[in-house]
Design a protein around this ligand. Sequence first.
Ligand code: GDP
Ligand code: GDP
Length: 436
Amino acid sequence: MSFTVAIVGRPNVGKSTLFNRIIGKRISIVDDKPGVTRDRIYGQVEWRGKKFTLVDTGGIEPEGVDVMTSQVRRQVEFAIDSSDLILFLMDSKEGLLTTDQEVVALLRKSGKPIIPVVNKVDDYAVKPELYEFYKLGLGEPVFISAIHGSNVGDLLDQIVGFIDEHEEPAYDEGVIKVAVVGKPNVGKSSLVNAILGEERVIVSDIPGTTRDAIDTPFEYEGQKMVLIDTAGMRRKSRVKENIEFYSNIRALGAVERADIALVVLDATREISEQDKKIAGIAHEAGKAVIIVVNKWDLVEKDDKTIYRYTENIRKEFAFIQYAPIVFVSAKTKKRVNKILELIRFVMDQYTFRIEKGALNELVEEATAMVAPPTIKGRKLKIYSAAQTGVKPPTFVLTVNDTELLHFSYVRYLENKMRERFGLEGTPVVIKGRNKK
Ligand code: GDP
Ligand code: GDP
């Protein structure tokens, strides 16, 4: 799991404004496909080459709950249990309140580092009345304006200053990193155990047991892999609603470090919003995805069962049509080997490279078959195409005007690429660039 930073503070001090200000800066993967669940409570941030997960703890609580003490209590619980660094946000216009001091006293007991942040300092001036915030005894506060963005860069510098000590284990280029994610009880741990069955050689002792994910390196038919398992750790939350939230945050941290996400579903349960949210996390992070339907031994089957399940999954997970689906039982180990074969196959797709000539040939054919759109009398012209990256395969089209590159046409081109090149299991990113 990646380094986690929690924003804690009373309602209205500007937590979500700060969160949006920071997350808004991130360049996200271009994706206009509908059906991706967005969760604006947590997000991945990269600053000066370092990554962390930022959490707006105010968002844990559904809106409309006005019991302030319970709200802050939940934030505090999350921050203490699940974060590595706490940003304690206060409001310069209201000054230092008793509640602030009480919350800080609680946070302090956790021993987690705390950065005091005073928000709504809009006029760039630190006035004498702001000195009272030093009384918290947390050191020099960072004075910011979340709305104007002033000093937010300094704050980010301070945050990443804490990340040094939390180096994630590094693996060689050739190692395939696989995150096993899914709701509690779908069978993630059982699946990991089944995959690591006795016949598999564990390459070495666990090189990096991160705090929230357990990395197990192993080898399958000469291919080095590492399983990043989020199941091993279970936080005993006193607050029921927080459990789902915790597991999503953990999934995010594991997925960010992986190449491929195994999204595990329980065949005996209906597909839920949380299943989709977890799959959405992997998709949005630009990772390859394999859908693993577990506990297949418990399903009463006839010759149409697999077909029905597949159809339902395709409907519910419309945004990851590209993900292969595999039906397994961690208990009987049926088809568990199939997962390992799929991992190798999908990794090839995820790192797929195509020559420029073949790519342009395909684009020419595709545009001849379905003409590019004309918007307000102007026709899209595609001059050339080039692959600019892998993991996932990323393509740039040089066009007359990117405004004319409608997402439905992009999707058409994506489908053509998939027809021709396969690309099963991996997202495909297609971007436009204006011809100079
Ligand atoms: P939260 O409840 O802590 O998440 O607070 P919000 O982010 O919803 O902000 C509460 C109010 O404070 C909103 O009306 C924001 O527009 C306002 N606010 C947030 N940051 C600033 C700031 O830097 N300056 C000023 N003047 N107002 C701010
Ligand atoms: P996790 O929370 O996702 O790690 O789930 P666990 O691996 O702890 O499994 C939850 C429960 O489901 C346990 O009681 C397992 O024994 C059971 N379970 C897991 N996989 C299977 C399976 O393939 N078939 C059956 N029948 N039970 C399973």
